[in-house]
Design a protein around this ligand. Structure first.
Ligand code: FES
Ligand code: FES
Length: 133
């Protein structure tokens, strides 16, 4: 199975690899694992005073598709509100990267990581996480 050009591009030139200080109040950290394969993704968002996502970093211990998915979303979230970032769907990621069905869970990891990072940020700021009914 061949990776798409976009996956290879993000894999070879990953954007925004690295970490922010976890204790920084403007940073939300999401750490998620994929039960299907054991891969782990850490995604961090830095939120500006205006409430917009200023910057993002990731570290992913996983396959090419997981690395490409996290690299892609660090680009997508910049300049977005938290609500807009929450609305990013794994299907959009999978479509952009032309992921095959067996690699869909890699894009789900990226969607979950965004949500986990936002939940962490909100928790730091005393906003209770909205629970789905
Ligand atoms: Fe996750 Fe292959 S199963 S890298
Ligand atoms: Fe498991 Fe990609 S994250 S194979």
């Amino acid at each position: 199975m061949a990776y798409s050009d976009k996956v290879v591009d993000h894999y070879e030139n990953p954007r925004n690899v690295g970490s922010f200080d976890k204790g920084d109040p403007s940073v939300g950290t999401g750490m998620v694992g994929a039960p299907a394969c054991g891969d782990v993704m850490k995604l961090q968002l830095k939120i500006g005073d205006n409430g917009l996502i200023e910057d993002a970093r990731f570290k992913t211990y996983g396959c090419g598709s997981a690395i490409a998915s996290s690299s892609l979303v660090t680009e997508w979230v910049k300049g977005k509100t938290l609500d807009q970032a929450m609305a990013i769907k794994n299907t959009q990621i999978a479509e952009e990267l032309a992921l095959p069905p067996v690699k869909i869970h890699c894009s789900i990891l990226a969607e979950d990581a965004i949500k986990a990072a936002i939940a962490d940020y909100k928790e730091k700021h005393g906003v209770p996480e909205a629970k789905a009914a």
